[in-house]
Design a protein around this ligand. Structure first.
Ligand code: PEP
Length: 252
């Protein structure tokens, strides 16, 4: 049985004070329910402060990105080891705002995944198609390429530390959510591809989150689908009550 996993991607929002307050509200209300995993991914500068707020709670901490080197002369970048040191257990890799907004390609994202895993982080690896790709019936081909190239060379042991987030790009921050049929079909396809790449055990155990305009009123429907194991939440993760309602929806 795969535990549901709800992660909040705070993107480039919050102040130091509001980030600490949001983390405290989430941690306080979430308590210790073991049936669902919860993570928050604040902007880099707030990570250590939020880690302090989350200390002793079961809310996990993630970075939103990392650079694929252990250390070096990479001005402005943040290494996976630094995220780990700051208290992160997870890092988001391949978010569409980086794939498409910042032109990060599959090979670069694959390097990030490898360096992050080597540093002891778990990875939330995002995949998803553009609207034009969906309309051209290329969704499955796009997902196949992003998974095969992005996860190339990973061992099954490393894959046990990878979560996939299916995020159709046309649904992110747009208010347009995938229908249950679209989400289930894409998730089942992703699980099938993982089965082909890494075998039955990995496919059965890998958590696949849905992301794209998840809100309290659509979360339960999405997360009750057989291959949807949680959510990666953007906008609604910035309001503790909305994020917690989505966490509650994961409990079924
Ligand atoms: C995201 O940032 O990954 C996301 C899915 O955003 P939103 O929930 O706002 O669509």
């Amino acid at each position: 049985m795969r535990p549901k996993f709800v992660a909040g991607n705070w993107k480039m929002y919050t102040s130091l004070a509001s980030a600490k307050g949001l983390a405290a509200n989430v941690a306080h209300a979430f308590g210790e329910d073991k049936r669902v995993m919860v993570a928050v991914c604040p902007p880099f500068p707030w990570l250590t402060a939020v880690a302090e707020v989350l200390k002793g709670t079961s809310v996990l901490l993630g970075g939103q990105n990392c650079y694929p080197e252990r250390e070096g002369a990479f001005t402005g970048e943040v290494s996976p080891a630094m995220l780990k040191d700051a208290g992160c257990q997870y890092v988001i890799i391949g978010h569409s705002e980086r794939r498409h907004g910042l032109n990060e390609g599959d090979e670069f994202l694959n390097r990030k995944a490898k360096v992050a895993l080597a540093a002891g982080l778990k990875v939330i690896f995002c995949v998803g198609e553009l609207l034009a790709e969906r309309e051209a019936s290329k969704t499955e081909a796009v997902l196949d390429t992003q998974l095969a190239a992005g996860l190339a060379g990973l061992t099954t042991d490393q894959m046990s530390k990878v979560v996939i987030a299916y995020e159709p790009v046309w649904a992110i921050g747009t208010g347009k959510v995938a229908t249950p049929d679209q989400a289930q079909a894409a998730h089942a396809h992703i699980r099938g591809k993982i089965r082909g790449l890494f075998g039955e055990f990995t496919a059965d155990h890998v958590q696949i989150q849905y992301g794209g305009s998840v809100k309290p009123d659509n979360a339960a429907g999405l997360m009750s689908l057989p291959d949807v194991d949680g959510a990666l939440v953007g906008g609604a993760s910035l309001k503790a009550d909305q994020f917690l309602a989505i966490v509650n929806a994961a409990l079924g």
